[in-house]
Design a protein. Structure first.
Length: 209
């Protein structure tokens, strides 16, 4: 077991974890725990998010909801739901994920199984410190079409193309906005009042319509 801790995140790495053990850990720790898991072929990372991690997660979620609202795009928010497939021996809990292009396919559903159901269209991953597992590989294997990744300084948009993520300037789910524009508001969130920031962002989105 290897444990590292920073002001943003505490990470614990467990090796030789079988799939049944991973499933048992998920079941025994429940849905209300403060940890998030990433599982990649018998390597399990347990991450405990702290303030520096959680604040940008919340800000990005609010910006995405406002984008969808003002652009008239329906979304289904799936939060940090566990995305997993036993046949691939991979699982991950994003900071947030959303059904957007395929929102209608999951509307009204109470449970989802990624072996038979579509994966979320967009996942948001906050990694202030480096993860010890290949999260790109996990998301790619699970077929997540778009990934937004933020490291506390830089926001990047990625699109899945032929099993690999390619960095993009514009979002696949929200093609009217660029990563540069969204990153500007994320940077503002570090010093601006939250309500003032959301009001400013909403006014800006309206100019895109």
């Amino acid at each position: 077991m290897i444990t590292t801790s920073t002001p943003a995140e505490q990470r614990t790495i467990l090796k030789n974890i079988s799939w049944p053990t991973f499933e048992a850990i998920l079941r025994d720790t429940g849905e209300d725990r403060g940890w998030r898991f990433a599982y990649d072929g018998e390597i399990l990372e347990i991450m405990t998010p702290l303030y520096e991690h959680e604040n940008p997660k919340i800000q990005l979620d609010r910006l995405i909801v406002i984008l969808a609202e003002e652009l008239g795009i329906e979304i289904k928010s799936a939060g940090s739901m566990t995305l997993k497939r036993e046949d691939l021996k991979k699982g991950i809990e994003p900071d947030n994920c959303y059904y957007i292009q395929n929102e209608s396919a999951v509307r009204g559903r109470q449970t989802l199984d990624l072996k038979t159901d579509l994966p979320p269209d967009l996942a948001v991953e906050i990694d202030i410190t480096s993860s010890s597992v290949n999260k790109f590989g996990i998301y790619s294997a699970l077929g997540i079409p778009e990934l937004w990744k933020y490291n506390g300084r830089v926001l990047k948009f990625y699109q899945l193309l032929e099993e690999n993520y390619v960095e993009r300037e514009f979002s696949l789910a929200f093609p009217l906005v660029s990563v540069t524009e969204i990153a500007g508001f994320v940077e503002q969130s570090k010093t601006a009042g939250e309500i003032a920031l959301l009001q400013s962002f909403r006014a800006w989105v309206k100019t895109k319509v």
